[in-house]
Design a protein around this ligand. Structure first.
Ligand code: 13P
Length: 253
């Protein structure tokens, strides 16, 4: 049985003082003990320490949105995986479409990041998804299949089990127009099928999340969808009340 995972991706939002207030508020809205879902907040680098401290003594976890896959050295402005580990990050988002789009991240770079994260014991949340034009051309599965194979090619079967996959159709991100729960279930199934051979058939433990305009209003359908093990939440995660409501939807699956 896979434990649901609900991840907040704050993107470039929240100063450190704002993050501190958020943590206090979220802790007040969720039960003291973990009931079912694992809950992770991925703030900007500048608020990771604040969120770590704000969640101290609770089951809530902190993660990161990115890192640079070299161990250390002359990479001005970058942050290494060891730096994230030292801040108790247990997850890191990799290959988000905004990084592919605005920062020119290639499948090669993403594959490298996935490998480095796994080697350091931080779980990568690998984002995959199609554009609207790819979807209209019937290329959704082909595009996602290619993204999976290129970004995961450096991993051995046992390492693949440690990766979380987030299906985030690009047309659903920040648009208010989510995919349907049926779409999400179909893609979760496809993702497991695509990785079945590479993982020697051990795809049961691997978690697949849905992301893209998730809100408290539509989350119940995703929480019920077959093979969908949680959500990667952008805009709605900035409001502790909305994020707590999304987490609670997975308590009853
Ligand atoms: P929204 O929830 O704002 O659509 O963002 C989704 C996302 O990109 C999460 O990584």
């Amino acid at each position: 049985m896979r434990q649901p995972l609900v991840v907040a991706n704050w993107k470039m939002n929240m100063t450190s003082p704002e993050a501190s207030a958020y943590c206090q508020s979220l802790r007040g809205l969720l039960p003291d003990e973990a009931t079912r879902a694992e809950v992770v907040v991925c703030p900007p680098f500048t608020a990771i320490e604040t969120v770590r401290a704000g969640f101290a003594g609770s089951y809530l976890r902190v993660g990161a949105q990115n890192f640079y896959p070299a161990s250390k050295g002359a990479y001005t402005g970058e942050v290494s995986i060891a730096m994230l580990k030292a801040l108790d990050c247990s997850y890191v988002i990799v290959g988000h479409s905004e990084r592919r789009l605005h920062f020119g991240e290639t499948a090669e770079t993403i594959g490298n990041k996935v490998k480095v994260a796994v080697e350091h014991g931080i779980t990568p949340i690998l984002c995959v998804g199609e554009t609207m034009s790819e979807r209209s051309l019937g290329l959704t599965e082909k595009v996602i299949g290619q993204q999976l194979l290129t970004c995961l090619k450096h991993l051995r079967p046992a390492e693949l089990e440690k990766v979380v996959i987030a299906y985030e159709p690009l047309w659903a991100i920040g648009t208010g127009k989510s995919a349907t729960a049926e779409d999400a279930a179909q893609l979760a199934k496809y993702i497991r099928e695509k990785l079945y051979r590479l993982m020697n058939g051990n795809t049961d433990a691997m978690r697949v999340l849905y992301g893209g305009s998730v809100t408290p209003n539509n989350i119940a359908d995703f929480a019920r969808a077959d093979g969908v093990d949680g959500a990667l939440v952008g805009g709605a995660s900035l409001d502790p009340g909305k994020f707590a409501a999304i987490v609670r939807a997975f308590e009853v699956k």
